[in-house]
Design a protein around this ligand. Structure first.
Ligand code: PHE
Length: 403
């Protein structure tokens, strides 16, 4: 199984990347889009002017690599929102379209993709990314260019601190870290917790810092903090060191690609305590990679598809019909981010950067799938979180925690 995964991912990368040069972000387009004139090189057929009659949203996210399910879900969510908006008449009679670049889960590719979206494609709003390290690199390009950017799912506080054009529709990690510290301490009644963090990820480092502080404030003890780097495949040395400290649980604020393998290796080494994590675990691949080793572990997240609210259930049904699977939090947040952008375009007096920026900033009580969105003066959404328990091929809803 461990050998199968890189193969699967590599195979997928090939399919998704097609004939694109691997070193560049590969664009994919969803019709209707006029970002590139179709048939523009046919003699005598003048290409239509870029963006004629179409409002273009730019997406930079991972369609290949170790964060691929994040990006694919995000893209699907954005696409679904656009389809629905167009079916309902578009924005002031104009159609909405998207241009997507694969950032391969890398900050450098993310920055490059945003530069292209701005200079070449002339998008009105940038949507992305999921991993905070990628969004940080993107914000550095979007902010000076004056193009509004909405991250659907990046939770590291520094993302929106990059400037007044950078927004997010999710909660931030000072809250998310508190949620799991409280759950570990009060619900699971753990006293001694070890931490295993990804030292290449702004998200993982930030979440570790908050969890350690909160858990300690609540009277718990951190037995040790060990580190790995994204893409590692052998975690036995760290897990052996952790085992010696006899923790009641292990906090692993990483992404699914690594967490699944960590769970297996922990069990192989005889570490039977639950693993605890954050939203980065959210992927259908977690169940495949972690198998029975990850079952019984808990993670904080943005939403549960089991939420009975009619608008959530409608979204789940529509998404299933379109893409054939239960939407994860990324799909819900991608959908929400696109809808916030579309709503702002409807309210903005014109499509200039400042006008759209101001309209996004005024988002209040917006009915999202992953909670109601009101943007605060730091351009973050203040929302509740859920705690989920990993079951057999599914994450089960446990509780909601309000800010
Ligand atoms: N919050 C993570 C980050 O900032 C990304 C993420 C969000 C991953 C939601 C999965 C689900 O890096």
């Amino acid at each position: 199984m461990r050998r199968l995964v890189p193969l699967l991912l590599a195979g997928f990368a090939l399919i998704a990347a097609g004939c694109e040069k691997k070193s560049q972000p590969s664009p994919t387009e969803t019709p209707p889009s006029t970002a590139q004139a179709p048939g523009g090189d046919v003699p005598g057929t003048p290409p239509p002017p870029a963006n004629s009659g179409t409002l273009l949203l730019g997406v930079a996210t991972a369609l290949t690599g170790g964060q691929a399910t994040f990006g694919i879900s995000t893209r699907n969510g954005v696409e679904l929102a656009i389809k629905e908006a167009n079916a309902a008449g578009g924005v002031k009679g104009q159609k909405v379209a998207m241009k997507v670049y694969d950032n391969q889960g890398k900050p450098e590719e993310s920055a490059q993709a945003v530069s292209r979206l701005i200079t070449q494609d002339k998008v009105l709003v940038i949507l992305g990314d999921v991993a905070s390290s990628n969004s940080l690199a993107m914000a550095e390009k979007a902010q000076p260019a004056g193009v509004p950017m909405i991250s659907p799912a990046s939770t590291n506080p520094a993302v929106t601190e990059k400037g007044d054009y950078i927004f997010r529709v999710c909660f931030i990690d000072p809250f998310q870290g508190f949620v799991m510290a409280k759950f570990a301490r009060e619900t699971l009644k753990t006293a001694n917790v070890a931490v295993l963090q990804d030292n290449k990820s702004a998200y993982s480092i930030g979440l570790t810092e908050v969890f350690v502080r909160k858990f300690t404030e609540m009277g718990g003890k951190i037995t040790t903090t060990e580190s790995f780097s994204q893409g590692d495949t052998d975690y036995r040395a760290q897990l052996t060191a952790i085992k010696k400290t006899q923790p009641d649980a292990i906090y692993v604020p990483g992404y699914y690609s690594e967490v699944g393998i960590i769970a297996r290796q922990a069990r192989e080494l005889g570490l039977k305590v639950p693993l605890l994590g954050g939203d980065g675990w959210d992927s259908e691949k977690l169940f495949e990679l972690g198998g029975s080793a990850i079952q019984g572990s808990y993670f904080s997240n943005h939403y549960s598809p089991d939420n009975k609210e009619p608008r959530v259930q409608k979204f789940v049904a529509d998404y299933k019909a379109a893409y054939g699977g239960v939407p994860d939090a990324l799909a819900a947040l991608g959908y929400d981010a696109a809808n916030v952008a579309i709503d702002a375009l409807k309210r903005a007096p014109d499509t200039s950067g400042p006008a759209v920026r101001d309209a996004i900033a005024q988002t209040k009580n917006f009915p999202g799938i992953a909670g109601t969105i009101t943007l605060d003066d730091k351009r973050n959404a203040v929302k509740s979180a859920v705690v989920l328990k990993v079951g057999d091929g599914k994450a089960e809803f446990v509780t909601t925690v309000n800010p």
